[in-house]
Ligand binder design. Structure first.
Ligand SMILES: [Zn+2]
Length: 138
């Protein structure tokens, strides 16, 4: 990771997410009242407004939902072109996470292809998730 690259700043709502990724786990808040998972972590359930959110580890895989390639260098430390991938997580239909992919082959995959979520190098206490085709070596 380039040292110019901005690093996420965990706050009260997102700290459990970043603590989990630092340990190469994917953890998301689940509403205790309506049983839905959420990403990004909300302050309360956006569906039923409950504040009974409980963090749980979820499978770090899903399906390719969409992708886009960004040709402008929009973020310092992230060289263009950047491949931004949306992955629908296996744990819940419609639960989509957005992250970078380092493997350009993602662009050749049909939507719905199996994807794995990996975790980058630990830097400043943060390990960023990224997507790659399922079956590729970690
Ligand atoms: Zn709810």
């Amino acid at each position: 990771m380039d040292s110019q690259r901005p690093v996420p700043m965990p706050n009260a709502e997102t700290a459990p997410f970043w603590t989990a990724t630092a340990e190469a786990r994917l953890s998301l808040p689940r509403c205790n009242d309506c049983d839905r998972l959420f990403y990004p972590p909300p302050p309360r359930c956006p569906h039923c407004l409950s504040d009974e959110l409980v963090w749980e580890d979820v499978a770090a895989n899903g399906k390719l939902y969409s992708w886009t390639e960004i040709f402008l260098e929009a973020v310092p430390g992230i060289a263009a072109p950047t491949l931004l991938v949306s992955v629908e997580l296996a744990g819940q239909r419609g639960l989509v996470m957005h992250m970078l992919a380092h493997e350009p082959r993602v662009k050749d995959l049909p939507l719905g292809s199996a994807m794995s979520i990996r975790f980058g190098a630990l830097e400043n206490g943060v390990r960023l998730p990224y997507a790659e085709p399922a079956g590729d070596a970690a």
